[in-house]
Every structure is written in structure tokens, then in C-alpha cells.
Design a protein around this ligand. Structure first.
Ligand SMILES: Cc1ncc(COP(=O)(O)O)c(C=O)c1O
Length: 451
């Protein structure tokens, strides 16, 4: 192993990082998030090295893409093998056939939640998987409308995905008109819920009693998009019964139940897929982020009778790229051989307990939630007011970074740490990161008191 612990030699961003950031600002589109001034040079497992020689422990794992950590030897070996066999050919599912593509689709068809025999449409990003599902749902149902949730992120880079996402008004400002006929309803947010009714019940009563009665005929809805746990929306775990009732509403009205497991899939939440926590049976499942083992691969998986569109109706030149297929198959092999969802559940419980202890001890830690290694830590100005601690999250993220820990924050107000380490992280390393994070939170709270 190249690294065993975080080590900050030069306060980041150091001189080499600053020089590259200044070049970046001149030529790279500045539309990306860029949470921290980190310029990556190398990495291994749960560690990232920057261009100034600082080593960071990674609680973000590339926006939850690296379930095995960076450069897992089995994935690297599979990519090398594929590179020496054939590395560069592109439009395979688009034009021709290849066994590796079939193997990957057979594997996904076999493990993805939802009953029946399945078919798979491969892609490169969560956003294109969402667009695939939108096109397919309209084609198959001959209906035009969609329902989705505020706070959801189904992708921001394509017009379809942007239109069903309800992530933030800053992602749609200036880009209208979006794809029409999408109606957003709130996603249950128990921590901030002030009503008397249980929030999941309130939302679905609102859908049935208001939306369906007044503005959206349910028999015109092609699909409802939902994340089983809203990730970027602030790690919102829906109350029990919510997803089950949503599925029942879909089946009663002939609406496709489209479950986005792009962030929650492949062991992240302590089960292979988050759908398993509630025993739901999606009609369509979207996969992405970790699927390619660090290479860009996404998939839209559904029953064979739903994927009934004709030749030539949906083609993406680089989909099914052989390096991506090799990366995905080797990632799933390691995940299953090592049953990494079990480690995610175990280390996730340990981490959650530590964050809950912090919640008891620090006035600015308002809520702790999540399943497995998808944890949300909501920062507030004070527990009584619950006023979103946006500056607090930003400052704690920066302080942790300066001490060698990578985190990111998100959510409706931008005040929720989304903690998503690699699934093979050890309790010991998780503890090292938690110590750094606690020190950062304590520092922010001390500074807040002295203001
Ligand atoms: C649940 C979910 N779906 C879809 C996407 C979009 O993925 P991509 O950025 O690869 O388009 C994201 C990205 O964060 C996501 O979290």
C-alpha cells in the first residue's frame, strides 16, 4: 500500500495546486461544483494524493463512485487485460455485438431488483440512464407525463434528466424551457417536517388528493421517478411505508415505478440495492456511478416486455465500451466475493454512532441519518432554531480538508455532509477520519461562540 494515513505537508491548496487551479479557471468550464481546492495526482484505496504531496483520507469516494476505493487491483488487472485484448473500439451495442456486453447485461439483469426477465440499455452517466428511462416510458406506455420529487438529482447534464430532477433552482435558472409535463412533489424530510401527519403519508395523500384530482390525470402519467434514499437532496431516508405505497399507486394507475439506484446501488446502503430495505419491486432501475468500477458506465434495467422499442430508436456511440464492461464486471465480482455490503452495514453503524455522539455534544450538529455508508450529517446554526448551518458546513469541510480529510456537503440548503467512503474502509480508518471531522466541527463551534 502506498498510503497508510492522511498527511498534510503543505497547507492546501499548495503552490502546485494553486498554479493548476489558475490554469483551470482559464480553460475549463466553471459550471462544476468544486467543493474544495483539491488537485488530484494519485490515489489508492481510501486515499488521495494531491500535486503538493499531501495525502487525504477520502470520505467522499469520488461522489460515491468508488465503492472499492481507488485502483482496486482486481479492477486494474481487468482493465489491463481488456486493454491488451482490444481497448479502443466504440459503437458496439450501437452497431454490432460483443460477448462482454452480453455478459455485463446478463449480470445486471440477474441482480437488479424487480421481478421478471429483464433487458438492459447501457450508457455512460446517470443522466443518460434517466433520459433512457424517460424515452422508454413514453414509448411503452404511450403516455406523456412524469412525476418526480423536489430535492431529487437524476442528472443535470441532459435536458431530460435536468427536467425530472428537482435538485436546486440554480441548476435550472436560465435553461428553460425544460422537457414539459413533469410535475414535482415534495420528498419527505422528517427532520424539518412540522405538520401533524407523518410526512410520507402527507406527501402521498397530496399526490392522490390534490395532484391527481386537480392537475395531472394519473392515466396520462408514464412514470414516477424516485431515489430510494435521496442522496444529493440531503441523505433523506423516507419513512417506512412510503416507497411501498408509492409502488402501489404506480401499479394501480399503470404508471412505471422508476427507481434511481445510481447513488444507492452496489452495496452503498448496507444491501446490494437500497430497494431491498423496503422490499419494493421497481419496474425500471437506473444504475450508474460505481457501476463501472471507476470507469463511466450506466444502465437502465427493466422487464423484457417494457423494453419493447424498435431498432434504431435509442443509440449512444460509446455505450457498452469494452473497458467499461470489464471494469463493471470486475467491480461486481469483488463486491460479491467480499460481500462488501456487509462491511458497509457494519462500518456504517460504527460511523453513525460516532456522528450521533457528536450530535449530542455539539450544538451545530442538528441531525444524523442514513443507511450503511450513505450517511447524512445536517449542520445547523443551533439545535433550537434548526436554521441551516450553511457556513458551518462549508467551514467544517475546509478545516477537515486542511487536516487531511475529504468530505462534501449538499442538500436542500447546502448544509448536509454526505458521507460516502469506499465500502471496504476499515473501522480503524473510519475512526481516523471521524477524529479529524470532530476536531473540525469543534473548531467551527468554538469560532461561532466567539463571534
Ligand atoms: C441518484 C442520482 N441519479 C443520477 C445522477 C446523475 O449522475 P451523472 O452525474 O453520472 O449524470 C446522480 C448524480 O449525483 C445521482 O445521485
Amino acid at each position: 500500500m502506498k498510503y497508510s494515513r492522511p498527511s498534510v505537508k503543505v497547507r492546501p491548496p499548495g503552490p502546485s495546486a494553486r498554479a493548476i487551479i489558475s490554469r483551470d479557471e482559464k480553460v475549463v468550464s466553471q459550471s462544476n461544483w468544486r467543493y474544495l481546492p483539491l488537485v488530484i495526482k494519485d490515489g489508492e484505496g481510501s486515499f488521495i494524493e494531491d500535486v503538493d504531496g499531501n495525502v487525504f483520507l477520502d470520505f467522499n469516494s469520488g461522489a460515491a463512485t468508488q465503492v472499492l476505493g481507488i485502483d482496486h487491483p482486481a479492477v486494474v488487472e481487468a482493465l489491463k487485460r481488456q486493454t491488451s485484448a482490444m481497448a479502443t473500439y466504440q459503437p458496439i451495442p450501437g452497431y454490432f455485438y460483443n460477448e462482454l456486453v452480453v455478459e455485463l447485461c446478463e449480470k445486471l439483469a440477474g441482480i437488479t431488483p424487480g421481478g421478471g426477465e429483464k433487458k438492459v440499455s447501457l450508457g455512460l452517466s446517470g443522466a443518460d440512464a434517466t433520459d433512457t428511462a424517460m424515452k422508454l416510458a413514453r414509448w411503452h406506455t404511450k403516455r406523456k407525463r412524469f412525476i418526480s420529487f423536489t430535492g431529487s438529482n437524476h442528472g443535470l447534464a441532459t435536458y431530460g434528466a435536468l427536467s425530472v430532477s428537482g435538485y436546486s433552482s440554480s441548476t435550472v435558472r436560465g435553461f428553460s424551457p425544460l422537457v414539459p409535463e413533469v410535475t414535482h412533489i415534495p420528498f419527505p424530510y422528517p427532520y424539518r417536517w412540522a405538520g401533524e401527519k407523518e410526512p410520507g403519508q402527507w406527501v402521498l395523500d397530496y399526490l392522490e388528493e390534490h395532484v391527481f384530482r386537480t392537475i395531472v390525470p394519473p392515466d396520462e402519467v408514464a412514470g414516477i421517478f424516485v431515489e430510494p434514499i435521496q442522496g444529493d437532496g440531503g441523505v433523506l431516508v423516507p419513512p417506512g411505508g412510503f416507497l411501498e405505497r408509492l409502488q402501489e399507486i404506480c401499479s394501480r394507475h399503470g404508471i412505471l415505478f422508476i427507481v434511481d439506484e445510481v447513488q444507492t446501488g452496489f452495496g452503498r446502503t448496507g444491501k446490494m440495492f437500497a430497494s431491498e430495505h423496503w422490499g419494493i419491486d421497481p419496474d425500471v432501475v437506473l444504475l450508474g456511478k460505481p457501476l463501472g468500477g471507476g470507469t463511466p458506465v450506466s444502465a437502465c434495467v427493466t422487464r423484457r416486455e417494457i423494453m419493447d422499442w424498435p431498432h434504431g430508436s435509442h443509440v449512444l456511440t460509446a455505450a457498452g465500451h469494452l473497458l467499461g464492461c470489464a471494469g463493471a464486471l470486475s467491480m461486481m465480482r469483488v463486491l460479491e466475493d467480499e460481500r462488501l455490503w456487509e462491511n458497509a452495514a457494519r462500518v456504517g453503524s460504527f460511523m453513525k454512532a460516532r456522528y450521533q455522539k457528536m450530535q449530542n455534544e455539539y450544538e451545530i450538529v442538528g441531525d444524523v441519518r442514513g443507511l450503511g455508508l450513505l450517511l447524512g450529517v445536517e449542520m445547523v446554526r443551533s439545535k433550537d432554531s434548526k436554521e441551516p448551518g450553511v457556513a458551518e458546513a462549508k467551514k467544517a469541510c475546509l478545516l477537515a480538508f486542511e487536516s487531511g480529510l475529504l468530505t462534501a456537503y449538499d442538500g436542500l440548503y447546502g448544509n448536509v455532509f454526505r458521507i460516502t467512503p469506499a465500502l471496504n474502509i476499515t473501522e480503524r480508518l473510519a475512526g481516523v477520519g471521524l477524529d479529524i471531522m470532530e476536531e473540525a466541527v469543534a473548531g467551527v463551534q468554538r469560532a461561532q461562540r466567539h463571534r
